[in-house]
Write a protein that binds this ligand. Structure first.
Ligand code: KG4
Ligand code: ZN
Length: 347
């Protein structure tokens, strides 16, 4: 399957991501990374979560400077572009509106082809960017982000089949909600990761659900942390390093839940390559555990560089390249799709 990556025509593709709280634009030449510029939004930290209205206003302010920034980094002008890819969904409606209106206006004004992209597919397709160790055959891929947890059987860049999903919260939400409970800033995932390194993962026994099949559930884990903290909270919280212990125990539980399902899914579908992607794939505990799983089973492991883990324009540009290869051009009249199911034969 690496040939698909090699065969990506050398189009210069702009990728525009604005589905949540990062405005990110990147340029790829074929599957080669050229440049990426991202403006994160810090205003949400104050509210402990993304405030959709503030997010869309910030995208509006950031999007033009981000475009100028990435073109400058790439040493290119608008005249050099061969196509515009953008996130059409799923995501926050107001945020998607800004990126999609911007992309459609740009494509119309420069007479460029327009490639609407499914955000969750793009997380998976990020593996084909040439400095991300592209896969050479089918693989079982786990997407873990703030809004989604999905096991995806990757048969080709155009044939992605969701074989497991979360029944309630996403893995990133579990990190963020527990982080909030113990007083860490939003988004909590990276703080949990950092503190977990100093804590004892055996300090707390948080209950993970027992479920058959390939789906996930994280809401019970959140309740289990809450109950544990209520029960031994006062005593525990007087102990130095209690927060680090909660983080280490939480991270270990979530990582075990994710990695055991990934192994089970790969076995079930006969895959000998595994991958993780999405914001939570930046987690050091998860990266190590997936690496160990690969070594133990003799499977090849695909973990993207950090710049392709959290929301980024490069993955949108890569998905745009595959959409262009399939000829799945979008229309200027396409509106955003905030709730866009992922089905196997879309681009
Ligand atoms: O993919 P992403 O940037 O946005 C969505 O599409 O949701 O993922 C964001 C999520 C947040 O929940 C954030 O806390 C989590 O990824 N995250 C992490 C780490 N870095 C980001 N979670 C655990 N450990 C990390 N190092
Ligand atoms: Zn994402």
């Amino acid at each position: 399957m690496d040939e698909e990556g090699d065969k990506v025509p050398q189009r210069i593709m702009l990728g525009i991501e604005s589905s949540c709280d990062d405005t990110s634009i990147a340029v790829l030449r074929g599957s080669q990374f050229v440049a990426q510029f991202t403006a994160a939004q810090h205003i949400h930290a104050k509210y402990g979560g993304v405030v959709p209205e503030f997010a869309s206003r910030a995208h509006q302010r950031h999007i033009l400077p981000v475009l100028h920034g990435v073109l400058e980094q790439a040493g290119l002008t608008l005249d050099d572009l061969d196509g515009v890819a953008y996130t059409r969904g799923p995501g926050l409606h107001g945020s998607l509106l800004v990126g999609s209106a911007f992309a459609r206006s740009l494509a119309w004004s420069r007479s460029l082809p327009l490639w609407p992209v499914h955000h969750m597919r793009a997380h998976v397709l990020a593996h084909w960017i040439s400095d991300a160790n592209p896969p050479s055959g089918p693989m079982m891929a786990l997407t873990v982000s703030g809004g989604h947890t999905q096991l995806v059987d990757v048969r080709s860049p155009w044939d992605l089949v969701v074989v497991g999903t979360t029944l309630d919260d996403a893995a990133g939400e579990a990190f963020d909600k527990v982080a909030k409970m113990i007083g860490l800033p939003y988004p909590g995932g990276p703080h949990v990761d950092r503190l977990a390194k100093e804590g004892n993962p055996e300090a707390f026994a948080f209950a993970a659900p027992r479920m058959d099949g390939l789906d996930f559930s994280f809401s019970g884990l959140k309740t289990s942390v809450l109950r544990t903290l209520e029960r031994d909270g006062r005593e525990a919280m007087e102990r130095e390093g209690w927060q680090a212990d909660v983080c280490a125990s939480l991270q270990q539980t979530i990582v075990e839940m994710l990695v055991s399902r990934l192994e089970q899914a790969a076995d079930q579908y006969g895959r000998t390559a595994i991958a993780i992607q999405g914001g939570v794939s930046a987690n050091s505990g998860l990266r190590n555990a997936v690496q160990e799983l690969g070594e133990r089973r003799g499977w090849s492991v695909h973990i993207p560089p950090f710049k392709y883990c959290t929301d980024n324009g490069a993955m949108i540009a890569m998905a745009g390249q595959f959409a262009a290869m399939k000829g799945a051009e979008g229309a200027l009249s396409d509106g955003p799709r905030p709730r866009w199911p992922m089905v196997s034969d879309q681009t």
